[in-house]
Design a protein around this ligand. Structure first.
Ligand code: AMP
Length: 393
């Protein structure tokens, strides 16, 4: 089924052809007609399924009219949890809309507000923003919402996890009542459901989360390891098993810096990205990683959601995350858009409860591998698959 049957016009079809998108993905097939029809939408879709294009394409199509934009006004607002995702989604807006005459900008904190404010003076069609900076702009009257037509809450579950609910509510209070609402979330938790009930009436619901055809091909395996042995094990895997590339998730920024220096001592060049580095450095490091100039990137949770890093072949959970959703999102950085990938987790005895929760959600145990020279003193038992954590969210 080609894109042309979905009701997209020539400039968009041309951009898609140039990007070598031959066919819509499952979420695109379902979401694009709904969005074009003007209906509200609540969609359960993970990153890596093509969800960004599933809302960006129809929004571009709908906004492609002769309507004149007034100063400080916007027509579509896409809210995202992180700066990195805002930048990435806005890049998609540019890529897909390159043959259209629509303006867009990414708006996020941690950088000078003035250039962003200047860009708004003549109005911008599509803004991709993190909630805090957007509210600042609205408070400063640098931005008015009276001409807004579409609101997108992207990665709604993550925004709620990150504590943005008050900001989101304050933003929604400022929006015109007559608008189209789209909500995308990897998981529709109780909190997400409550948010969508409060803010989105009569929504069409779609879910592709359980569609095996759209599931990325990710080879998951784990190694049990004593805490003190992790960096030696990682170096061994990189050096002896000729790993070419990995995105390595770690709990703390302090730990990230330490791991980078431990790897360097063993002759492995690595970089880190975490909340303690400036926005400019984070962007530079990420671009270098995407371009293949940096092969091993150590990241705290900040980089775990939404980022699309082209041909990423391997994700390593150096520290197993506390939350099952984080595990699912982290491993979703690999095996995207039909490519295959590998997700490796280092599991120490202390992680046993987290492991049970993750494997219970997956519905199967993750296969274990052992490597000579790394015997474990503190054995990690095999999981109980019907494990329910006490503080289940
Ligand atoms: P997303 O889930 O939006 O983060 O998209 C994941 C990746 O899939 C991105 O690299 C997109 O460029 C790519 N992609 C999205 N739609 C298609 C498509 N129809 N055909 C091929 N690649 C796609």
């Amino acid at each position: 089924m080609p894109f042309s049957t979905l009701g997209l016009s020539e400039p968009l079809l041309k951009a898609l052809a140039e990007l070598n998108y031959s066919e819509p993905t499952a979420i695109q097939k379902k979401a694009i007609p709904v969005v074009l029809s003007g209906k509200n939408l609540v969609a359960a879709a993970q990153t890596g399924t093509g969800k960004t294009a599933s809302f960006v394409l129809p929004i571009l199509e709908k906004l492609n009219t002769d309507r004149k934009l007034r100063g400080k006004r916007i027509r579509a607002l896409i809210l995202t949890p992180t700066r990195e995702l805002a930048v990435q989604v806005e890049q998609s807006v540019r890529d897909y809309g390159k043959h259209l005459n629509l303006s867009s900008m990414a708006m996020y904190g941690g950088t000078d507000i003035e250039p962003q404010r200047q860009k708004l003076i003549w109005g911008v069609d599509i803004i991709v923003a993190t909630p805090g900076r957007l509210l600042d702009m609205a408070h400063q009257r640098a931005l008015h919402f009276d001409e807004l037509e579409v609101l997108v809450l992207d990665e709604a579950d993550r925004m709620l996890d990150m504590g943005f609910i008050d900001d989101i509510n304050k933003i929604i209070e400022r929006l015109p009542l007559e608008r189209q609402n789209l909500l995308f979330s990897a998981t529709i938790s109780d909190d997400v459901r409550a948010l969508s009930k409060r803010t989105i009436s009569n929504a069409t619901e779609i879910s592709i989360a359980n569609n095996s055809a759209s599931k990325p091909k990710i080879d998951q395996w784990l190694i049990t390891v004593d805490k003190g042995n992790k960096s030696a094990l990682l170096s061994h895997l990189i050096n002896e098993h000729k790993w070419q590339q990995a995105l390595i998730f770690i709990e703390t920024k302090h730990g990230a810096a330490k791991l980078v220096s431990q790897l360097e001592k063993r002759g492995i060049n690595a970089e880190s990205i975490h909340g303690g580095r400036t926005q400019a450095v984070r962007e530079q490091v990420l671009n270098d990683f995407k371009a293949g100039k940096i092969k091993f990137l150590v990241a705290t949770g900040i980089a775990s959601r939404g980022l699309d890093i082209g041909e990423l072949t391997r994700v390593v959970n150096y520290d197993l995350p506390d939350q099952v959703d984080d595990y699912i999102h982290r491993i979703g950085r690999t095996g995207r858009a039909g490519a295959s990938g590998e997700a490796v987790s280092f599991v120490a005895k202390d992680n046993f409860r987290n492991l049970c929760a993750i494997e219970s959600r997956l519905g199967h145990v993750i296969k274990r591998k052992e490597f000579e020279g790394f015997p474990v003193k503190k054995v990690v038992p095999v999981s109980i698959l019907n494990y329910v954590p006490k503080n289940k969210r």
